[in-house]
Design a protein around this ligand. Structure first.
Ligand SMILES: Cc1cc2nc3c(=O)[nH]c(=O)nc-3n(C[C@H](O)[C@H](O)[C@H](O)COP(=O)(O)OP(=O)(O)OC[C@H]3O[C@@H](n4cnc5c(N)ncnc54)[C@H](O)[C@@H]3O)c2cc1C
Length: 434
């Protein structure tokens, strides 16, 4: 079949590779000059990433896609056991071994927490495990964790929540948070490991995908119109995967699937601000250090690029769930002051670059209605915002891309055998991401 993919972020790349691998004729439309979407590098001396990204061992499909494109994850990512060291204490660190045992051992060994706090966390985690990591969809992370000791909420729950869901704990979905915990902490060995890029982000997927897709790629083409049938800017396709941002997908579907378009249009967003500081000769105690957020302390994490094979003396401070800071301004200066308070520097750090992604991810709130993947027969959505168990992440985007590729191919096969509409034909039908 002829398939059109609109958008070349990680979801669009996954969809295009999935379709091409299944023997279909694919065309990818990407409005930017390059692939990668939000997870790309931007030109600099040397290149910057469009915000610090972290992968974890549980990102099974992203790692498989990298391998499919000839990238060795072990070469481009630094694998570290999950650890949340703070500038003044070692923090939680999971030892190697089976996930449940490693979690229990890591928590019990966390001497900065009183024993009652450690036991409180283990009892709560046991309860989540017993309930299959499920909870009421209307619950926030703060509500889920009210019974936990304050130190556990401050040092573990709040930083993990804002890092994974890009939404502060009082506004974040407990159901999605529990799913992330389940997959990261309690699935196979190594799933909780941190995988930190040691090459520019574009080298992880976008650049190899550009070579791999070759002639199938049309960069610099912003799709203006989608017509039922399906036609992309007048060009006919048997199936289309919309792998653009939700805002663009909503615009393109306004006429052909208004109910779906309205759901996509209704998503709210959370910003992420990344502040790159430069301080020649300085180094952090570890490649990634957690920071205590506060009224004058915006950043929750900092990454030392010198220890990650990148530019020595470059430090990426990450402010997730950054809406209040974007509104109030002065984020970079506050981060610089936070950095000066928290660490000893060989040379006074200076602000090298501030990247503000206002729509970094959708706000992952309790009970949120996310747009379904199957828009109409032959029309699928792929992207980190599409309905599924994950928050907006690279892995969520890749899985949505692969699912859309399979769904689109199945639709066309069904249509060819006269089984039209068997998969839920109405626009905005409640079909879930497989
Ligand atoms: C600062 C920052 C830090 C992050 N950190 C992490 C992290 O640590 N770990 C993690 O897992 N995730 C992280 N994320 C989230 C992650 O980047 C996204 O979930 C993922 O990149 C989304 O991929 P996507 O393909 O769904 O969307 P996008 O990357 O947004 O791709 C959509 C593509 O569609 C194109 N497009 C849009 N409209 C059109 C059109 N009309 N015609 C043609 N092309 C179009 C766009 O140019 C873009 O390339 C972070 C995001 C940001 C911004």
């Amino acid at each position: 079949m002829r398939a059109g993919v609109v958008g070349g972020g990680w979801a669009g790349i996954a969809a295009a590779v999935g379709l091409a691998d299944a023997g279909h004729d694919v065309t990818v439309f990407e409005m930017a000059p390059q692939l990668g979407g939000r997870a790309r590098s931007v030109a600099g001396e040397p290149d910057y990433d469009n915000g610090q990204h972290i992968l974890i061992g549980a990102y099974r499909d992203s790692l498989a896609l990298m391998r499919r494109l000839g990238v060795d994850p072990d070469a481009v990512l630094k694998r570290l056991p999950l650890a949340l060291p703070y500038p003044d204490e070692p923090g939680l660190c999971l030892p190697p071994g089976p996930p449940l045992v490693a979690f229990a051992r890591g928590v019990l060994a966390h001497r900065s927490w009183p024993l009652s706090a450690r036991l409180g966390l283990l009892i709560a985690a046991g309860g989540w495990l017993a309930r299959g990591f499920r909870c009421d969809a209307r619950l926030s992370v703060a509500e889920l964790c009210t019974g936990l000791p304050a130190a556990v909420r401050r040092d573990l729950v709040e930083p993990l929540c804002v890092a994974a869901l890009n939404t502060p704990a009082p506004q974040a979905s407990a159901r999605v948070f529990l799913r992330v915990l389940k997959d990261a902490l309690f699935s196979g060995a190594g799933s909780a490991d941190l995988l930190l890029p040691r090459r520019p982000l574009s080298e992880l997927l976008a650049a190899p995908a550009t070579t791999w897709l070759g002639e199938r790629l049309r960069t610099g083409h912003r799709v203006q119109r989608l017509e039922a049938g399906w036609r992309v800017d007048g060009e006919a396709f048997d199936a289309v995967v919309l792998a653009s941002t939700s805002v663009e997908a909503a615009r393109l579907t306004a006429a052909v699937a208004p109910a779906w378009s309205a759901t996509a249009q209704a998503l709210a967003f959370q910003p992420i601000v990344t502040i790159y500081l430069h301080s020649p000769g300085s180094a952090l105690p570890s490649p990634m250090v957690a920071l205590r957020e506060g009224p004058q302390a915006p950043a929750q994490f900092v990454f030392d690029h010198g220890q990650l094979g990148g530019a020595p003396g470059r430090f990426a401070f990450v402010v997730s769930g950054a809406a209040p800071w974007v509104e109030r301004g002065g984020c970079a200066e506050a981060v610089l002051a936070q950095a000066l308070r928290e660490f000893r520097w060989s040379a006074p750090p200076i602000i090298d670059r501030t990247l503000t992604e206002k729509r970094a991810t959708f706000a992952c709130t309790p009970g949120l209605a996310r747009p379904v993947a199957h828009i109409a027969p032959g029309l699928w959505a792929a992207g980190d915002y599409v309905d599924g168990p994950y928050p907006a992440t690279l892995e969520g985007a890749v899985r949505a891309g692969l699912a859309a590729a399979q769904g689109a191919a199945a639709d066309v096969a069904d249509a060819a055998t006269g089984d039209k509409g068997a998969k839920g034909a109405a626009s905005g039908s409640p079909t879930k991401t497989p």
